[in-house]
Write a protein that binds this ligand. Structure first.
Ligand code: PLP
Length: 353
């Protein structure tokens, strides 16, 4: 018997699917009919169940509210023209969820619960997976501390949920970024490499300051010197100087993005020179001034690749050149064609559900 046979499925009495305009989807605002849920009690995860998507009831002393023990993942499911369902490197999301969990003293979820549970959920809600170009079903697995008590220690109970949201293209318009000189999203020895909820809460305020100053996002620099470029918002960052594509090495402070590592592989395959090394703000400034800076883009599941049109640093502003066929476009097409089964999957990344 596989786990799928043992997952209890309770279907909704009232599907909301007819209320959804699949031609005008925004990002992560409408939720599919069902969710997967498993509770951790008495030292073990219970077999997950699929239930209608519904509110939770929590004790006000649940530790998530006080000590922020929560981690999440972000991934996507796609449907090709023959209605086959695909995931992109899902085992990597499962592994990373558990890497994040471990760092936050949250018990790890068994891989079978994640993988088989997710596949079962996608089958139940398969009608929610959009087929329109650029659209997909955004998948949000997360774990949080539901156990009670004001004592500052790890909870003894947790909840693991996977919920999904049909989503249109993550369109951000023209993105101008500010290179951060004061705030940091992560520090050595900290939790920057984990998808821990608090990392994002800590980004909101500095990001709002950048927005108030006329930018859309922040380019994070290292916490110690602010001299090294690390990430772009909640994405990994790529910088093209002449024909070389640079990205920072992953570390305690830099999240090991699946899009990032896929882009590095595809770029290599395209014959694009890549260099994974520390990138200084001063070399980017110099390249911007002498015309060698060609592109900056963010990389992450939601947007895949998000081109940056210009940046500010100290009291200077720079525009990036408009290229006919930027690396960003070329790499985005290759990766999304693989994800949606329009191109050969030579690296074995697609997983059919
Ligand atoms: C999720 C995330 C990324 C991108 O990871 P993907 O696996 O490509 O989605 C990059 N940086 C941060 C801080 C993130 O939270």
């Amino acid at each position: 018997m596989t786990l799928t046979d043992t997952i209890k499925i309770t279907k909704t009495q009232q599907s909301k699917i007819n209320e959804v305009d699949f031609n005008n989807l925004s990002f992560g605002t409408v939720f599919s009919d069902h969710m997967l849920i498993s509770k951790y009690k008495n030292g073990a995860w219970e077999t997950p169940e699929i239930t209608p998507f519904q509110p939770l009831t929590l004790d006000p002393s649940s530790k998530i509210f006080h000590y922020g023990q929560s981690v999440f993942e972000g991934m996507k499911a796609y449907k090709d023209k023959d209605e086959n369902i695909f995931l992109f490197r899902p085992e990597d999301n499962c592994k990373r969820l558990n890497i994040s969990a471990k760092r936050m003293a949250i018990p790890e979820v068994p891989e079978a619960y994640f993988m088989e549970g997710l596949k079962a959920l996608l089958k139940v809600d398969s009608d929610w997976i959009p087929t329109k170009d650029g659209s997909s079903l955004y998948v949000r697995p997360f774990i949080f501390a539901s156990g009670n008590g004001f004592h500052a220690s790890p909870a003894d109970e947790y909840i693991f949920i996977i919920s999904t949201a049909p989503s249109g293209p993550y369109f951000s318009g023209k993105v101008r970024v500010r290179i951060e000189e004061k705030y940091a999203r992560a520090a050595n020895g900290g939790v920057g490499f984990a998808k821990a909820g608090g990392n994002y809460a800590g980004q909101f305020y500095p990001t709002q300051l950048a927005i108030d100053a006329g930018y859309n996002q922040v380019i994070w620099t290292d916490d110690n010197t602010h001299e090294y470029i690390e990430e772009a918002g909640a994405m990994n960052v790529f910088i093209r100087i002449n024909d070389t594509l640079l990205t920072s090495p992953t570390s305690d402070r830099i999240l090991d993005g699946i899009t990032r590592k896929s882009i590095l592989k595809i770029a290599e395959d395209e014959g694009i020179k890549t260099d994974v090394r520390k990138i200084t703000v001063s070399e980017v400034m110099e390249a911007a001034k002498n015309g060698n800076l060609k592109e900056i883009f963010g990389a992450g599941t939601a947007a895949v690749i998000s081109p940056i049109s210009g940046f500010g640093y100290k009291n200077e502003d720079f525009d990036l050149p408009k290229l006919d066929y930027p690396f960003a476009l070329r790499l985005k097409k290759r990766i999304t064609d693989i994800q949606t089964n329009k191109a050969e999957d030579k690296f074995g990344w697609r997983v059919k559900v």
